[in-house]
Design a protein around this ligand. Structure first.
Ligand code: GLN
Length: 314
């Protein structure tokens, strides 16, 4: 490429954004957390962070949004750092094939959630991070970790979103109480959910999210600095969980269409990883029937195809 030419990746993002921007079928914004119902379904942000340090964005890529369940990737990483493989005595590693907030399997499986990326599993992960701390300290640790990953101290939790879910999170309270009854939560339910609701309320832009997730594309190392966040093996395993479990009962379809590990959130964000190459963050608040961003999934499908990124191609 010579000076003055636009990078092919920028052209891809611009093209995808232009194609999807006018789309009228955009899914529905989550409203079971009242504060999320205010999101504008017209928004669409795209960001790519390459492992070589370059980054590209299109659309509303600098607008912070509620990352919700995408944060489970970061809390899982933290919890593995604290207790390592002992985590797998309390959480499984299998796709659930059911909704993100489903309770049905918990009874059959004695309070052990199927995986750390469904709500029940992430609530156990929050319990692990809480050990030895007050909720405020555990929340602080999570925020500091995400700021470190993104190299951006402006990242914060949206207190209105956290409050809104604390008031209305009946389903998560049921999941947490149920697991506590099996002895799989070690702290009081209110404290564990305090940590969980707050990390779900982290606000990041696509640009920040792509950067925060880039260690997963870069063999566990920060892009640029070379600082190791997790071992190469651990990064690989987190990616495997994202591929098999990151979109709940839509995980198979996401793997089929996009072919990359990904984690969605009901705020409409998705983080996808092209191992060795790039971390991609997309945001569009309208969701499909599985609670995953409708246009976000389509955008990733187009970006992955046009850039030739798939973990399944030789
Ligand atoms: N905080 C949300 C909840 O617990 C996260 C769900 C999601 O993003 N899928 O319901």
């Amino acid at each position: 490429m010579t000076a003055g030419e636009t990078d092919p990746l920028q052209l891809i993002l611009d093209r995808v954004h232009a194609r999807l921007q006018g789309e009228t079928e955009r899914g529905s914004v989550a409203d079971y957390i009242p504060e999320l119902a205010h999101a504008d379904p017209g928004r669409l942000g795209l960001a790519v962070q390459l492992t070589d340090g370059r980054s590209f964005v299109a659309g509303d890529a600098d607008e912070p949004f509620s990352i919700q369940s995408v944060s489970k990737v970061f809390t899982l990483t933290l919890a593995l750092g604290k207790v390592g493989d002992a985590l797998w005595r309390r959480v499984g590693r299998e796709p659930s094939g059911s909704a993100f907030n489903s309770i049905v399997q918990l009874e059959y499986e004695q309070g052990i959630p199927r995986n750390p990326l469904i709500n029940a599993g992430a609530i156990v992960v929050a319990d692990v991070i809480l050990a030895g701390h007050e909720p405020r300290e555990a929340i602080g640790e999570i925020v500091r970790f995400v700021r470190f990953l993104a190299d951006d101290d402006s990242i914060r939790i949206d207190p209105a979103v956290a409050r809104s879910e604390t008031r209305t999170g009946y389903r998560n309270q049921a999941l947490a109480n149920y697991m506590r009854s099996f002895g799989n939560l070690h702290h009081e339910v209110d404290k564990v959910l305090g940590v969980y609701f707050h990390h779900c309320a982290l606000s990041l832009s696509c640009r920040q999210l792509a950067r925060a997730g880039a260690f997963l594309a870069n063999r566990g190392r920060l892009v640029g600095g070379g600082h190791s966040v997790v071992s190469e093996e651990r990064a690989r395993r987190i990616n495997a969980l994202m591929l098999t479990c990151g979109h709940y009962d839509g995980s198979g379809d996401f793997a089929f269409r996009v072919g990359l590990p990904g984690k969605s959130g009901v705020g409409g964000g998705i983080l996808a990883i092209a191992p060795g190459v790039a971390s991609v963050a997309v945001w569009s608040p309208g969701l499909n029937a599985n609670g995953n961003s409708l246009l976000g999934s389509r955008a990733l499908e187009m970006i992955a195809r046009e850039a030739g990124w798939s973990i399944f191609s030789g």
